[in-house]
Design a protein around this ligand. Sequence first.
Ligand code: NAD
Ligand code: UDP
Length: 340
Amino acid sequence: IIAALPPGQDALDALRAHIRELPPASVKRVLVSGGAGFVGSHLVDKLLLMGHSVIVLDNFYTGSADNLKHWTGYSKLRIINHDVTSPFSADIDQIYHLACPASPPQYQRDPIFTISTCTTGTMNMLKLAKERRARVLVASSSEVYGDPLEHPQSESYWGHVNPIGPRACYDEGKRISETLSYAFARSENVDVRVVRIFNTFGPRMNPLDGRVVSNFIVQALRGENLTLYGDGEQTRCFQYVPDLVDGLIAVMEGSCSEPINLGNPEEYTVRALAEIIRNSVNKDIGIVQLPTAMDDPQRRRPDISKAKKEVGWQPRFSMQHGLHQTVEFFAKIPSLAKGV
Ligand code: NAD
Ligand code: UDP
């Protein structure tokens, strides 16, 4: 729906036709921290279309209010410029706590900021959940498994993380976010949900944020060589963002309070991903090998049997389908469009 919207005020008029009318008692007041980011903005779209009202808390560290500009003037959305490391209070029923930079170059840019977002920021969201008796879903990551010694990774695996390496601010940050969540559940009776999100991609990724899918698409559109870190034999599984949004809502609404993996189990080497993007976007470019990123996980694939069993969720879209949509999105960005 959103991709096909006309620009400006017309966008909201077109959107209104798709918003569900809920009886007032069924309208939830939902807080989305990090709601101006890539995943958060898609989640906000879905919650608003479902008829709920949303408060976005975001400090725009990696996100942008532009990701939600199609809702400008809509009274059920409030966007507040706020850093979650400071306390916040509002009347809410649910919290999706997504605030945290997710791309390796972004979370490593200021590791202390990343750690305080994951510690103080998560603590503030959990305190708010306690104060308002709200259910809180905390966005964790497949990075809690580190460079895994078990494959695929199921939720029972405790992980293999270097606590002092360059990725530790994020990996250990997500691990302490989980620890805090269950400490609040045990000691303060807070109703928590924890999801371990695997690599997710789609429209509204920041073209400059440094993750592999956006890097490769942007490079291909510009006619530049694709940059492979290491030999490209490391693997990842790439989930298209609407699947993740469905999974977040399913876990929030479900009854399982243990951690749940959300990812697409189709596994690719990074070299294979590079070849797929080169072949579909620009066959004239090369693939160059750069040094391996330190502590780069070598294999990653989610075991999603728990998500299937507990909340009836599994991905609907193939990576190829999602890539097609994402290339279309990037190709419309004026600075990239002329490269097509
Ligand atoms: P993103 O960087 O696009 O979005 C993060 C948002 O949080 C941005 O809008 C940013 O400005 C905001 N933010 C960061 N620190 C903040 C702070 N201290 N206070 C307020 N706002 C802050 O990343 P994303 O891909 O949308 O990721 C969203 C969440 O999902 C993150 O918690 C991330 O760790 C998790 N996750 C994402 C992936 C993925 O592949 N996209 C994988 C695993 C986990
Ligand atoms: N990668 C790459 N080239 C790039 C960006 C990333 O080869 O331009 C590799 C990276 O080393 C990792 C994989 O792609 O092995 C996924 O990287 P990303 O930063 O997207 O996410 P991660 O899973 O590492 O958090």
